[in-house]
Structure formats: structure tokens, C-alpha cells
Design a protein around this ligand. Structure first.
Ligand SMILES: [Zn+2]
Ligand SMILES: [Zn+2]
Length: 203
């Protein structure tokens, strides 16, 4: 069965992100899966761990309410199309990996065209063709069966801890207040990360 979200909600997600694109559709479907499996009625207790920083993460923030600022959206920079969701009170959750054997992503044809565009060599006709192929790919993501679109796996780790309020220390180089867990020690001094990196690069 295709995407169960009302068309208006999809439109609102596109406005939040700023444009429609295949990546956003993947995020919309991942959010749909999370809400279906873990309960749309208890969004404040959801936690998402995303292994990519691409467009789709905006859909996850908008639709599940897991946001970077609240600390219930965690980015792991692994560059994978995988999203883990947790429901804290029930300790339930899963990891959803975009099914690599489902052939609805950018086709070879589209990849070849895009690589030509990045070489600034695409003709206006080819650019139109890219639009058509992208549109087709977006529609295919929305139409796909959720259980085929993602491979669902058990989570290998527990839900990340809720963010704690930690003490701030003044960096001994720039003087700016820095959360203790983000400070570094060097030469007997407590430093913020940028100051530490500046010194480290000189060595
Ligand atoms: Zn996008
Ligand atoms: Zn500093």
C-alpha cells in the first residue's frame, strides 16, 4: 500500500523542506513507518537516530516531531539510508534500512544524466528529462509498499539517553563558555574544540 499520509500533510512537509525531491519522499515514508509501528499518539516519547544528513531527515523532523533542538533526533554521520526509531516508555523500536534491492531510486539513466549536469554539459532537453525522472522516482517512493521499501531490523543498542544539563566551563583560550563534555584538555588547560584544534594543528 502506498503512503497513507493525507496529500495536504505531504504538501506541508514539502513546504517545510523547501522543495520536493526523492530523498524527502524516503524520509516521509520512514516517518510513516515509525508512526505506524510505534504509535502516532505518543510523539513526544519518540527518538530518531538518523545515519544520513540528507533531505529525508527534514521529513522525519516535521512528521515525527523528533527534532535536533529537542535532542530526540540524533545524527550519526555514517552516510547510510538508515533510520532507527525508539519509543522510550515501551522500549520498542527498530532500524529501517532503505531496501537496496528495490529498484526505484535514481536509475542508471538518471545517474548518467546527473553526472553530465554536474559537468555543466546537459542540454535543456536533458535537464527536462532529469526533472521527469526525479518526479517519477518521487512518485515511486510514495507508492511503494512500506514493508518492501524498508528492511526492518531490531535495534542493536538501547535508546540514547535524554540530554542532560551539564556544567559549562570557560575555555582558557577564547574564554567562551563551553559544555563540559565538549571540552578538551591540552597542556594543562581546558579548551573548547575550535581552540583545541587550532593548537593541535600547529603541532
Ligand atoms: Zn531535498
Ligand atoms: Zn576556545
Amino acid at each position: 500500500m502506498g503512503c497513507a499520509f493525507p496529500a495536504q500533510l505531504i504538501e506541508n512537509t514539502i513546504s517545510f523542506h523547501g522543495h520536493a525531491c526523492p530523498g524527502l519522499m524516503i524520509g516521509i515514508r520512514a516517518a510513516e513507518l515509525a508512526l505506524r509501528e510505534l504509535g502516532a499518539h505518543d510523539k513526544p516519547n519518540l527518538v530518531a537516530v538518523v545515519e544520513t544528513d540528507m533531505c529525508g531527515v527534514d521529513a522525519i523532523q516535521f512528521l515525527t516531531g523528533c527534532t535536533f533542538g529537542k535532542g530526540n533526533l540524533i545524527h550519526k554521520d555514517y552516510g547510510k539510508m538508515a533510520f532507527s526509531f525508539f519509543h522510550r516508555p515501551s522500549n520498542r523500536g527498530f532500524r529501517a534500512l532503505l531496501n537496496p534491492s528495490l529498484k526505484i531510486g535514481p536509475s542508471e539513466e538518471l545517474r548518467a544524466l546527473i553526472s553530465r549536469i554536474s559537468q555543466a554539459a546537459a542540454t535543456p532537453e536533458e535537464q527536462r528529462e532529469i526533472q521527469v525522472l526525479r518526479q517519477r522516482s518521487q512518485e515511486a517512493y510514495l507508492a511503494a509498499d512500506l514493508d518492501e521499501l524498508f528492511i526492518r531490523q531490531p535495534n542493536t543498542c538501547p535508546a540514547p539517553r535524554p540530554a542532560r544539563i551539564l556544567e559549562s566551563l570557560a575555555c582558557e583560550d577564547c574564554g567562551e563558555k563551553t559544555m563540559e563534555s565538549r571540552t578538551r584538555r591540552f597542556g594543562g588547560r581546558t579548551l573548547c574544540i575550535p581552540c583545541f584544534l587550532k593548537i593541535e594543528q600547529k603541532i
